[in-house]
Structure formats: C-alpha cells, structure tokens
Ligand binder design. Structure first.
Ligand code: ATR
Length: 279
C-alpha cells in the first residue's frame, strides 16, 4: 500500500541578478505569519537557461515563480496562456505552473500599483481627474494600463525620450496626452494623481531634476522608487500639502496574487509586512 506524501509547495523568483530581490524575504514573512508549509527561493537564471529552467521547475514541485529583470518580456513567449492584463502590459511578472503542465503568465504590477493607492488612501478615486505620469519604461506600461483600467479620464505622459512616450500613447489610445520632458514641470499641477515611474531618485541613480514647485494640496503623489522610501519627489509633494504614497506598497501588493495562488492564503499587507521587507 502506498501512502501519498503531501508535497510542500515550492515557488521562487527567477531573474539575473536576483540577489537584490526582496521577494524571498516577503514570502518567508507571510509563510511564517500564516504558519504555512512552503518554500520560496531566489533562482539566478541567465537568458540561455530560461526555457530549460521553466520547463524543469514544475517537474521539481514548483507551483509557480515570479519573474524579474531581465525576463519579464521573454517569458511571455514561453507561456501557454497569457492573461489579458499581461498581454496589455507586454510583460509578465507571475507564472503559474498548472497541474496539466501548462504555464500561465500574468502581470500583477498594475494591480499592485493601484492596490497600493487604494489601500493607502481609501478615498482616492481614479476618476477624480487626470494623472500625470513621468517615464515611459517597463514600469510605466503597468502603471498606465492600470490607471486607464481604473478609470482615469486622461493621462498626461512625459518622458525624457519623447519617442517612447509617443509609442505608448499610440498603443494605449486617445486618453494619453504626451508632453515634452522639458514641459513636465509645467504640467505637474494638472494631475489629480502624479506618478514617478522613472528611476530618478533611486539610490545610486541620478536625482529628479525637474522643478517640483507645481505640486499643490489636493493631489495624490506616488513614486514607484522605494529605495529610499522617501524620495525627494515625495518630500517636495508632501511639503506642498499633497498626499503621498511610497513605492514599497506596490512591491508588496503585486506579490499578493501569486502568494494566494501558490500557498492558498490571501496575505494581508500590514506595517509588519513593510518592516519585514525593509529589515
Ligand atoms: P523600468 O522597467 O523600471 O521602467 P526602464 O524601462 O529602463 O526601467 O525605464 C526607466 C525610465 O526612467 C525611462 O522612462 C527613462 O527615460 P528614457 O526612456 O528617456 O530612457 C527614465 N530615466 C532614466 N534615467 C533618466 C534620466 N537621467 N532623466 C530622465 N529620465 C530618466
């Protein structure tokens, strides 16, 4: 008579480099908090090994993985099913390995972005007015897609390289107005919601140089940068009387759907979660 030994769910994060990812700490925190069996490991995987690794992990008991730089776009072609929001964003950050052997690709970055705003500022509504978005890179795609989906009436988009902003506007449609990077300061005041999606202000990167005098009370200002937690961008907004939301919450909330799917418990983001990831 054979007795089936229950498998401990395994998940992880695939990237290169993956050393800096805070996801293993976050998932360990939640697994401990909810007293769940499971492991979540960092997996350093180069481009050449990506396909082989993704085909092998399910056979090793992995139920899914998060995906980080540089694989968020390339995993799309390796998945059997891609969710609408991942298709819209053009990248995936969450892969689910189904029991039938298929890989499902999802993108929860936009969900994480919006959920962070909603949980941090419960009376925030997307429909309150235009959103000013700075930057047109990978993170901007998720932010723009989720803001449009949440119902912002217009996005005013500005990026150092105008052509990238134009390309996004073309792709995402009429509700996007592109302004030159040199005009970014002049349109800041127009946003009910203002988002920095550039890497400016991140530890080790250049500071945000645009003039931030346009901030005024009544605006919600958020930064996707979370190292440091309080960027000069957020400090200027706060000093002008804006509500501010730091970028750490986006990182935490984008992990919620994967954790729930893989370990069977919807985790709650609390101050303790933030502290665990910052430690
Ligand atoms: P991510 O996936 O995090 O968005 P990315 O795709 O490399 O990273 O995009 C980085 C963003 O920060 C881009 O909008 C980039 O502007 P460009 O498209 O002109 O490169 C912006 N960025 C980076 N350094 C910048 C700088 N010194 N001044 C203005 N914008 C900058």
């Amino acid at each position: 008579m054979s007795t089936e030994i229950p498998r401990i769910p395994l998940a992880g994060v695939v990237g290169a480099p993956v050393t800096y990812s805070r996801s293993p700490v976050l998932f360990r925190h939640w697994l401990d908090q909810y007293d769940l069996p499971g492991h979540y490991v960092p997996l350093h995987v180069g481009n050449d090994d990506l396909e082989t690794v993704l085909r092998t992990l399910p056979r090793m008991g992995f139920v899914g993985v998060n995906v980080t730089i540089p694989h968020k776009v390339s995993v799309m072609s390796l998945a059997h099913i891609v969710t609408d929001r991942a298709t819209l964003i053009g990248a995936a950050n969450t892969l689910i390995f189904r029991e039938d052997g298929t890989i499902h690709a999802d993108n929860t970055d936009g969900f994480g972005f919006i959920e962070n705003l909603r949980q941090s500022v419960p009376d925030w509504t997307a429909s309150a007015g235009p959103a000013v978005v700075l930057g047109a890179g990978g993170a901007a795609r998720a932010v723009i897609a989720s803001l449009l989906d949440a119902g912002v009436p217009q996005i005013i988009l500005s990026n150092r390289s105008r052509s990238k902003a134009d390309a996004l506007a073309e792709e995402f449609g009429k509700r996007i107005r592109v302004v030159e990077w040199v005009q970014a300061a002049a349109v800041l005041a127009e946003g009910a919601t203002v988002v920095n999606t550039t890497s400016l202000g991140m530890t080790g990167k250049e500071d945000m140089r645009i003039n931030l005098d346009g901030f005024h009370s009544g605006q919600l200002v958020t930064d996707i940068v979370y190292t440091p937690l309080r960027t000069a961008f957020l400090d200027a907004a706060e000093a002008a009387g804006c509500q501010t939301v730091d970028g750490l919450g986006m990182l935490l909330y984008q992990a919620v759907p994967g954790f729930e799917r893989w370990f069977g418990q919807k985790p709650v983001v609390t101050e303790a979660t933030r502290q665990a990831v910052l430690a």
